[in-house]
Design a protein around this ligand. Structure first.
Ligand code: 6GU
Length: 226
């Protein structure tokens, strides 16, 4: 997979792709992530990339030209399965969405700032608009990083234990059951006997029961969609 990120703040995304699973996936050529600074495409002599909103709305808007030039430059060399704009007024992001994006080859992700980007970019290029939750972040960079993390870990080869990704919370619309590791007793605190029994059928049943119980308590809305 190739992911192109368009941002005014490359330094916010950079540390994220230089560590952990994402870094390993890049090193293993499972994914290629290229960050583009929108400001490099400004024709303005002061490299200005934002301007006042027409109609007098409060806040600055990212101008159409630098985004247009940056996108067109990339389109000369690549075609994209999706051109994604990160925005709090986008569609809600969830595991199902992550699963579907993880199957794509080329993604472009545009990060907004201030009051957002000129609508004409959204109308003419963007194919998906994503929000990661009902709160407002300063910019799309953190949200893009969240989306990239959730996608890359699903690509075969990115994490060594694929069953680990498949048994995550949400993968079956259930929250994950509790987990324990050695020692069996610590500070007088014990591990449920069933997990030490070696009876895999009973252990699977226990996991499912715990998942259902937790989901019923914390996220009953998830059970409606099963
Ligand atoms: Cl994608 N961007 C911003 N700026 N804020 C958000 C968001 C995105 N998703 C939730 N809040």
């Amino acid at each position: 997979m190739r992911i192109d990120i368009l941002t005014l703040f490359p330094e916010q995304v950079h540390p994220f792709i230089s560590t952990s699973i994402i870094k390993k996936a890049i090193d293993k050529n499972v994914v290629e992530i290229i960050i583009h600074n929108i400001r490099d495409y400004s024709k303005d002599k002061h490299k200005k990339v934002d301007d006042y909103a027409f109609g007098g709305a409060a806040g600055m808007v990212i101008k159409v030209e630098p985004l247009h030039l940056c996108i067109e430059e990339l389109l000369k060399s690549y075609s994209y399965d999706e051109i994604i704009y990160m925005t709090p007024d986008g569609d809600s992001y969830n595991q199902k969405y992550a699963n579907s994006l993880s199957l794509k080859n080329n993604l472009m992700i545009i990060c907004g700032h201030y009051k957002g980007i000129d609508q004409r970019i959204r109308d003419n290029y963007v194919t998906k608009e994503i929000s990661i939750g009902d709160y407002v972040l300063t910019g799309g960079e953190l949200a893009a990083s969240v989306v990239i993390d959730s996608i890359v870990r699903l690509i075969p080869g990115a994490i060594s234990d694929i069953t680990s990704a498949l048994t995550d919370s949400f993968q079956d619309n259930l929250l994950a059951p509790p987990v324990y590791t050695r020692p069996e007793v610590y500070n007088g605190w014990t591990v449920p006997d069933i997990l030490l029994s070696g009876n895999t059928a009973q252990i699977d049943a226990w996991h499912l029961e715990q998942s259902l119980e937790k989901t019923k308590l914390r996220r009953p809305d998830l059970l409606d969609s099963i």
